[in-house]
Write a protein that binds this ligand. Structure first.
Ligand SMILES: Nc1ncnc2c1ncn2[C@@H]1O[C@H](COP(=O)(O)OP(=O)(O)O)[C@@H](O)[C@H]1O
Ligand SMILES: O=C(O)C1=C[C@@H](OP(=O)(O)O)[C@@H](O)[C@H](O)C1
Ligand SMILES: [Mg+2]
Length: 176
């Protein structure tokens, strides 16, 4: 979902683990040469989703690092398949109300430039939560922690899953 913390927590997590960070949206904006919001307005969502799929297909093949996708990455089956097969997928789950609290002043998410953004978030959550749960290896219930607390929750989940070892988590925590 938009506002889940993928970009913010993903960047912090990569820094703490000492691995490269990539954000699908940032890579897309580099390719299209404008903001995603402008692209939506000029070319529409379908054209965006094709560029998003092409970008995800490339980025999931890069060596181990932290990858933040956009909230709509799960809409296309080929994206879900690519993410699940090539990465350890964490779903950063938050309620529509919490997401609205985080995004209420944000003007850059095209899907939320509507009269009732909270209603839109509830619709997106209804449609997408099953898809996130289908593609995710692990779900992190983010609630209302600070970003740094959320990153520690993610680290603990990754350690429990054996994705990162205890020493790496300890050094990450110290680095933090
Ligand atoms: N766990 C959190 N608690 C409070 N604010 C958060 C949390 N995660 C993200 N935010 C804030 O919400 C906004 C959206 O975060 P962002 O990382 O851009 O989300 P996404 O990339 O998933 O859309 C940012 O202002 C960020 O600081
Ligand atoms: O939820 C969505 O469909 C989208 C989320 C955005 O990314 P964030 O989840 O980082 O906001 C961005 O990819 C685009 O605006 C579409
Ligand atoms: Mg993001």
């Amino acid at each position: 979902m938009p506002g889940a913390g993928k970009t913010t927590a993903g960047r912090q997590l990569a820094h703490m683990l000492g691995v490269p960070f990539a954000d699908v949206d940032v890579e897309i904006e580099r390719r299209i040469g404008c903001s995603i919001r402008s692209f939506f307005e000029q070319h529409g969502e379908v054209a965006f989703r094709q560029i998003e799929a092409d970008t995800i297909a490339e980025l999931v093949k890069r060596p181990a690092h932290v990858l933040a996708t956009g909230g709509g990455a799960v809409l296309r089956p080929e994206n879900r398949a690519a993410l699940k097969a090539n990465t350890v997928v964490l779903y950063l789950r938050a309620t529509p109300e919490e997401l609205y609290r985080r995004l209420r002043h944000d003007t850059q998410r095209p899907l939320l430039q509507v009269a009732d953004p909270l209603r839109k978030l509830r619709e997106l959550y209804r449609d997408r939560d099953p898809l996130y749960q289908e593609v995710a290896h692990y779900t992190v219930e983010t609630g209302r922690p600070s970003v740094s607390h959320m990153v520690n929750m993610i680290l603990m989940q990754l350690e429990l899953a054996g994705v990162v070892d205890n020493q790496l988590v300890k050094s990450a925590t110290l680095r933090h």
